[in-house]
Design a protein around this ligand. Structure first.
Ligand SMILES: C[S@@+](CC[C@H](N)C(=O)[O-])C[C@H]1O[C@@H](n2cnc3c(N)ncnc32)[C@H](O)[C@@H]1O
Length: 379
């Protein structure tokens, strides 16, 4: 059977390219961190729905997708850390896409191996899942990136219960648009399968994104069992500011959680999603002599540096000489705000908008000097 070029090289819109960038940036940082850990013998990266690795952007230029980008990054890592292994699995149900991908992948090396396959992701994960073991000291990363809302939780379970990370593309756009008009048994079954609930219970969700997000959060909470898990989710909007999907990162490693939040804010250029800048957001310095305080609008789908500053201002209101470490530590467990990116911009916003004052404080016992911030009182 001949397969058309359009089926192999699909279109990638700007938000999809951002997804490639985010996953690659994260894998680059994640792999470097892990390879420096003496207890890690190597990495396993799995993209179980990898596509052909090559796309066409809006201008007709060829663009590399996640598998090629990640393979290049991990080859560099393998060449740097020659005593550690890098194993990669790329799989797609569409065989022609896998054949196309193979043409562009780097060759295997002694400690760098790529295994390609074209089977149902369920079969691949059913095969790999039981092989996972804590004792091998391999860290894995599973990318589950379907086109539609279908998520096969059963095969994901072992990945949640072992040392490693899972990234899921939750294709919210699918149910938000189609659930109320769904008629066919296959489509109904898809939603029931993904949200593990009867269709009648799901229909009222309609186009309420929060309802689907809450349901997925509840399922992940069950999947992780007793493990301490950190979950960060970032929404992707198309150029018309319509929500397409959430890219959810699940890890039991706090460093991975911090890293993912930082990577996302960097890839989105200092905000928490690909949503176009809100026209109502205008950077203004606050005049504290003026009786009227200009209130910035908050977009809960796309936070900015200003929102981080506001959160900190509300938390530390009126406190004097707060060490920077205490400020960044507060952000570590925040579900969206990064704790180690855009620090200079956050400080600038605190000082210029909220009138906070930076100064230096010397510890009487150690003699060490550190930067501290004094916050205005909100009252
Ligand atoms: C969104 S694309 C993946 C993009 C890719 N992860 C990347 O970032 O470049 C979804 C892919 O999933 C594949 N696919 C759909 N259902 C599948 C299944 N059950 N098993 C394996 N692949 C599947 C499709 O053929 C398609 O290429």
């Amino acid at each position: 059977m001949t397969v058309s070029k359009a089926e192999i090289i699909t279109k990638a819109s700007p938000h999809t390219i951002k997804k490639f960038e985010l996953i690659t940036k994260y894998i680059e940082a994640w792999s470097q961190k892990l390879m420096l850990n003496d207890h890690c013998n190597g990495l396993i990266f799995i993209d179980c729905m990898c596509n052909s690795g090559i796309y066409e952007d809006q201008n007709g230029n060829l663009i590399e997708g996640t598998p090629i980008r990640v393979a290049k990054v991990l080859l560099d890592v393998a060449r740097t850390y020659t005593n550690k292994m890098v194993n990669i699995y790329f799989n797609d149900l569409n065989e022609a896409r896998v054949r196309e991908l193979e043409k562009r992948l780097p060759k295997d090396e002694r400690n760098f191996k790529i295994i390609t396959s074209s089977e149902d992701a369920i079969d691949l994960l059913e095969h790999i899942g039981p092989q996972l073991s804590e004792t091998s000291h391999y860290n894995y990363f599973l990318l589950y990136d379907p086109y539609d809302a279908r998520i096969e939780w059963k095969v994901l379970l072992p990945f949640f219960r072992h040392w490693g990370e899972v990234m899921i593309n939750h294709a919210l756009r699918d149910p938000m648009r189609a659930i109320t008009s769904a008629k066919s048994a296959t489509v109904i079954e898809k939603y029931e399968h993904t949200y593990l609930a009867d269709f009648e219970k799901l229909v009222p969700y309609g186009s309420d994104k929060n309802a689907y997000e809450k349901r997925i959060a509840k399922i992940i909470d069950y999947m992780k069992g007793n493990r301490r898990y950190y979950i960060a989710s970032f929404p992707f909007y198309n150029s018309k500011n319509s929500l397409q999907y959430d890219l959810i990162h699940c890890t039991s490693n706090i460093e991975g959680y911090k890293l993912y939040k930082s990577c996302a804010w960097k890839v989105f250029g200092g905000q928490s999603s690909t949503k176009g800048a809100s026209s109502t957001y205008i950077q203004t310095s606050l005049d504290f002599n003026s009786p009227e305080q200009v209130k910035m609008p908050v977009d809960n789908d796309c936070y900015t540096i200003h929102d981080i500053a506001e959160y900190l201002q509300n938390h530390f209101s009126g406190r004097q000489g707060v060490p920077l470490k205490e400020i960044w530590d507060l952000l570590v467990l925040h579900p969206i705000f990064p704790s180690d990116a855009f620090r200079r911009d956050i400080k600038t916003e605190l000082c210029e908008y909220y009138g906070a004052i930076k100064s230096k404080k010397t510890d009487e016992n150690t003699g060490q000097t550190q930067e501290v911030i004094s916050f205005r009182d909100n009252k």
